[in-house]
Design a protein around this ligand. Structure first.
Ligand code: CO
Length: 503
């Protein structure tokens, strides 16, 4: 029995210790993105770099290689999905990656990310791409070095994508995104040509921050986010982060003149949080207790935000309550509200994009970061290239860099290769949601009656409780009995939006 083998027990101990150390780093990261005073960012960068370095040292301790060898981790059958086999396989993968990265590079990346991020916050505020440019260059350079150290299948980008979506190659993602573009651009154009338009001014009626917070929290709790094991705080750029066992933080930003921002933002982050809170706790700190990939994580948030949270049946249940929280909605019909929260319109800002145009925003970033990494596009030429693509794919003009290439946090945080996971999230969500409907019966009937736990429990059983047992592609196949395809998402979008726009 591997489970009782001395070497396996020592590995468990070591990785649980590393998880403890890394959870402290997460606390510092959460703080730096919510409440840290501006002037403290440099010292915080040093604090985070210290912990990153310590964790890296422990992850690359030669003793780990010895223990993995003793257990013959190399010869584990990839089909073996027992807890021990999964942990050994993932530890081995992790170790092999970590030892390829010099400690100095890891620390420099962590340190650069914090400094680049605080520069980016200012640059974005003042529309000053020039201030951010040297940091973007440095970030690209560090990612270039990272990819070279890790090694790659066909191109540099593969090595980085693999960090967020293990096992997925650039050549897997590129054609799926192109397929989405080919199907969705004509749909976006027909919608633009429709004479039916929602009145979105109803969403701009003033609603207080406290009412927004209370309503969003009630919804988050109803879909399964446990506030006894989590909190909701404010930030400039919303995110969800696990700070250790039984501590999952979600964040949002409120706009009293735009209700959907915080509302759907909270549902989105709660979707991430529910995944985090329902990972198997007995395996905390080991791969069996971790999420599969960002593409699977994002499938949970996008499903709750869009497929559930923007469905008509969801609002049949919630709308009367919303009218109590926000009396300005009392003169608005459910139909008008439903149409307004599902407006499709090419826009500048990714995080505010509707479900139909969203994947075009991702395609643009994917193409640009891939080109910058490969040296086909210089950092200096980014703003121009950004504007060109927005004209080409979405037919809109980008007035400034604040609303253009400075809008996202990712590049300032050192994350290149991350964006495709958003679209993978949408694709995974649509395929899982279709399967849930087939297995559970009419989901709309459930939502209408305020039952969200049937879907939540199904997701916990099929996805959350599985930890890292399967790679993302395999998990989708195991749950839906089909390989990932663009068809469920395209079908979902057409079925929902064509009638809405009278097409
Ligand atoms: Co997300």
């Amino acid at each position: 029995m591997i489970a009782h083998h001395k070497a396996y027990v020592e590995l468990l101990d070591r990785f649980k210790h590393i998880a403890l150390l890394e959870s402290i780093e997460e606390v510092l990261t959460w703080d730096s993105r919510t409440y840290l005073p501006n002037c403290a960012s440099e010292y915080r960068a040093d604090q985070i770099a210290l912990l990153t370095g310590m964790a890296h040292e422990k992850r690359t301790d030669p003793r780990i290689a010895q223990l993995l060898n003793e257990l013959d981790a190399d010869s584990i059958n990839t089909e073996d999905i027992s807890v021990e086999a999964v942990n050994l396989r993932e530890w081995k993968r992790d170790y092999d990656k970590q030892v390829k990265l010099p400690k100095q590079l890891v620390e420099e990346k962590a340190c650069t990310a914090v400094k680049a991020q605080s520069t980016w916050v200012e640059a974005r505020k003042t529309n000053n791409f020039g201030a951010f440019k040297p940091w973007l260059k440095k970030t690209l350079d560090l990612n270039h070095q990272t990819a070279e150290c890790l090694g790659y299948e066909n191109e540099l980008y593969d090595a980085l994508l693999d960090l967020y979506e293990p096992g997925v190659l650039t050549c897997d993602v590129a054609p799926v995104l192109s397929q989405l573009r080919n199907e969705l651009v004509p749909l976006i154009q027909s919608i633009a040509g429709s004479s039916k338009k929602p009145d979105i001014s109803i969403l701009e009626r003033e609603t207080s921050k406290s009412a927004q917070r209370n309503f969003a929290s009630e919804v988050a709790a109803a879909i399964g986010f446990d506030f006894n094991q989590g909190r909701l705080d404010e930030t400039a750029h919303p995110f969800c982060i696990g700070l250790g066992l039984n501590d999952t933080r979600i964040t949002t930003r409120f706009n009293e003149n735009y209700l959907p921002g915080a509302l759907f933002g909270v549902i989105h982050e709660a979707g991430h949080g529910i995944y985090d809170q329902n990972l198997p706790k007995e395996h905390y700190g080991t791969p069996m207790g971790q999420y599969v990939s960002l593409g699977i994580h994002e499938s949970q948030s996008r499903m709750w935000e869009n497929m559930v949270g923007r469905s008509r049946s969801f609002w049949e249940y919630w709308y009367p309550k919303a009218c109590e929280y926000f009396p300005v909605l009392k003169t608005v019909t459910l139909d008008d509200f439903y149409f307004a929260i599902n407006e499709v319109k090419p826009s500048l800002i990714r995080v505010e994009a509707d479900e139909v145009t969203y994947n075009m925003h991702i395609l643009i970033r994917f193409e640009l970061e891939r080109a910058m990494l490969n040296g086909d596009l210089s950092a200096a030429d980014l703003p121009g290239a950004w504007k060109e693509k927005y004209r080409k794919y979405l037919g809109i003009d980008v007035p400034n860099d604040t609303k253009g290439c400075l809008q996202d946090i990712h590049w300032s945080g050192g994350m290149i290769g991350y964006f495709p996971t958003y679209s993978l999230g949408n694709l995974n969500a649509a395929q899982l949601f279709r399967k849930a409907g087939e297995e559970l019966g009419d989901l709309d009937d459930m939502f209408q009656a305020g039952d969200f736990s049937t879907l939540k429990n199904w997701l916990t059983e099929q996805i959350h409780s599985q930890g890292r047992r399967y790679r993302s592609g395999k998990l989708i196949e195991v749950v839906t009995h089909e390989p990932l395809s663009a068809e469920p998402l395209i079908d979902y979008l057409k079925t929902k939006y064509m009638p809405l726009y009278g097409l």
